[in-house]
Design a protein around this ligand. Structure first.
Ligand code: IPD
Ligand code: CA
Ligand code: CA
Length: 268
């Protein structure tokens, strides 16, 4: 399915509106609630952005399905037809503590296949999007793939806990690289791979809304996003994600598979 131009323009307009609202309200007092624990937060702005995007989608595309983090989308969406996958604020902890390094993520899928992905780096006023079959853009300028020679000449991004517990041979991957960086917002960590700043991003337990936008952009760029054992991602499941420049994907899979500990390598 190719991306409909009007749908693309609407998605961009809504995301720009949402990002404007987040910047305009940045200094207002914020209601912050814990979800599972003190690191897992939701604010009224997560719900407000989600509500705004969902209202627009429901108005213009009432037959489309919606999967969204804070629960205002469909209760049991499936992958039939169009599915919009929304993370209203990716990096809520950063949003609360840093007022920086957070994003709005949107992936559009048709019959389970990526059509388009959008990542707004709100404080840098940067809109990244990828349209499958067309290309990847930053603020409407084409982004071309950057050559990466090897893992040995690259930085990597990854979830710190993976390295502490050495899951997926994370320390071995790090030892092969020049060093690790981490934003703490999956969408922005994925963008660092798209921009050629890092060779890969590795994270456990990402939800569909954490990776759907990135997966569509990676697909449009012919980059690789799989589980750490190289399996395709399931759009409706929480799982571990390896987002990679194509030049290093098989090398990284080989490193991960070089451990015989199944517990360390399950795709969660
Ligand atoms: C979180 C961020 C973080 C990742 C977590 C996500 P949220 O998203 O993307 O980088 O490590 O797994 O849950 O909750 O801020 O939207
Ligand atoms: Ca979120
Ligand atoms: Ca997220």
């Amino acid at each position: 399915m190719t991306m409909n131009k009007q749908m693309h323009q609407r998605a961009i307009d809504w995301l720009n509106q949402a990002a404007d609202l987040l910047r305009a309200t940045l200094d207002s007092p914020l209601q912050v609630k814990q979800k599972q624990n003190a690191r897992d937060l939701v604010t009224e702005m997560d719900c407000r952005i989600e509500d705004y995007l969902i209202q627009q989608i429901r108005h213009y595309y009432p037959n489309h399905q919606i999967l969204s983090e804070e629960g205002q989308g469909d209760v049991f969406p499936n992958t039939e037809g169009y599915l919009w996958i929304i993370d209203p604020i990716d990096g809520t902890l950063n949003y609360v503590k840093e007022k920086n390094h957070f994003a709005i993520l949107l992936g559009i899928y048709y019959n389970g296949k990526p059509v388009a992905g959008y990542i707004v780096d709100v404080m840098n006023e940067q809109l990244y999007y990828g349209i499958v079959g067309d290309g990847v853009y930053l603020n409407h300028q084409p982004l071309l793939p950057i050559q990466i020679a090897s893992l040995e000449t690259s930085l990597i991004h990854g979830n710190v806990h993976l390295f502490i517990h050495n899951r997926y041979q994370a320390r071995e991957i790090l030892n092969h690289s020049l060093g690790m960086r981490h934003y703490g917002a999956a969408g922005l960590d994925m963008i660092s791979v798209i921009r050629g700043e890092a060779a890969l991003y590795l994270s456990p337990r990402l939800q569909p809304w954490d990776f759907a936008a990135g997966l569509a952009i990676f697909t449009a760029m012919n980059y690789k996003m799989t589980t750490p054992t190289g399996q395709p991602l399931d759009l409706l499941k929480r799982q571990a994600v390896l987002a990679c420049h194509p030049a290093v994907h098989s090398q990284v899979l080989d490193i991960i598979q070089s451990t015989d500990s199944e517990a360390n390598n399950n795709d969660n």
